[in-house]
Design a protein around this ligand. Sequence first.
Ligand SMILES: [Fe+2]
Length: 277
Amino acid sequence: MDGREQLTSISTDTSAYQRRRDEIAARAATYTRGEAIPAVAYTDAEHAVWRLVAARLRERHSALAAPEFLDAAEQLGVGNEGIPQLQDVADRLDGLTGFRLQPAGGVVPFHRFCGSLADDYFHSTQYIRDGATPFYSVEPDVLHEVIGHGSALADTRFADLYRLAGQAVRRVETDTAIQFIAKVFWFTIECGLIDAADGPRAYGASIVSSYGELDQFRSAEIRPLDIADMAGVDYDITQYQHTLYSARSMAHLEDVAGGFWESCDEASIERLLAAEI
Ligand SMILES: [Fe+2]
């Protein structure tokens, strides 16, 4: 029995799900930085989605998530028993790496979302995915934010990479440059892999928060981490990825992705794109 079957009785009414999702999302519109993040009174059914998905993710993480990610998740210390309140996660992160969370009503435009990372703020949704499709969420939800990004942000080395991406996107103005920074962000922070003795393992938030994609990612074409190579690769955030990039080590990831974000500007990105053509 897969998760979809187990949760059929919990959530099958898409319109009811959408109303609940929108109700939680709407609260983000009135949030001001510095305020405590309002708690959400999650239902038993919503906690059940977390329990089921979090337990399945943890099972897979032990074999398929990068050791660096596993250490970070342990630092964060979020359990499987139910949806944590964002303020509690934010307090934990603030103490570990100085990152804070800001509630989001859905996908935040990349320039604003990523730029906030330079200020140590991560935009996080609070609603949870529809229990009818627990294996994958096409939009970010609290499982993705907390188990995927929150875990990484609990580690100083990952947190520094997030900050560098934020500083990079603040440095450029052209859509071309912003979109290329978003692509590098996608292939690393969202979908990145690191080589391990038993094969590539995931640290990217999208993969480590999707047990469907955790089961699939080793079937993708996995290339050595290479920023210039990304110029010629398309991606679709609504599908499991057909091309992924694996760093040789955390230090290699820092050199390649961190080094790119630290120094990139419009001219260097234009050169990368021109070389691809
Ligand atoms: Fe994400």
